[in-house]
Design a protein around this ligand. Structure first.
Ligand code: HEC
Length: 140
């Protein structure tokens, strides 16, 4: 009887820890994914803004990116585990590239507010190169 109960208890512990761990992992993985989804949307708006000469669309498009970005930054600072879908061992490289990337986003947003089309174009192509470079490392 006792062994049966302890077996059930042990099973439940393993089961619920598994759920909690899985949830945690999913949560932090979602953080990177939601960063990417909002980034993707904002970046496409930025491309349209260049093509259609509507630079005023850029700053509002990146507002959501800033919000998710703050969550990522917070998680990194608090040393909460951020799970990358692939290449977790290169996490420090990811953080460095991500920081650099967001610095360039700031330059883009500033240039768009100043209606500086030349600088906006330069930043859009610089950012595109950075998307490709980071994906080359982390989507393999
Ligand atoms: C600092 C690294 C980094 C940069 C810069 C970066 N990404 Fe990503 N991106 C990732 C990672 C990591 C993933 C998830 C890897 C995977 O899908 O296996 C990802 C995934 C994505 C996805 C797929 C999301 C999905 O649902 O599968 C899209 C779309 C995306 N990124 C868009 C962009 C765009 C657009 C840019 C540039 C404007 C960009 N990313 C810049 C690291 C980056």
């Amino acid at each position: 009887m006792m062994t049966k109960i302890s077996f059930i208890v042990a099973f439940m512990i393993v089961f619920f820890t598994g759920i909690a761990y899985g949830y945690d992992k999913q949560e932090s993985q979602n953080l990177i994914m939601s960063e990417m989804v909002t980034l993707d949307k904002a970046f496409k708006t930025a491309i349209d803004a260049v093509l259609l000469n509507q630079l005023e669309r850029i700053a509002p498009a990146f507002e959501d990116v800033h919000k998710v970005r703050e969550q990522v930054e917070h998680a990194v600072k608090e040393r909460e585990k951020i799970v990358l879908p692939k290449n977790q061992s290169l996490f420090k490289v990811f953080v460095r590239l991500d920081n650099r990337f967001h610095h360039e986003v700031e330059i883009l947003v500033d240039a768009s507010k100043k209606k500086n089309m030349k600088a906006v174009q330069r930043q859009v192509s610089r950012l595109l190169n950075m998307c490709v470079r980071c994906h080359g490392l982390f989507r393999k």
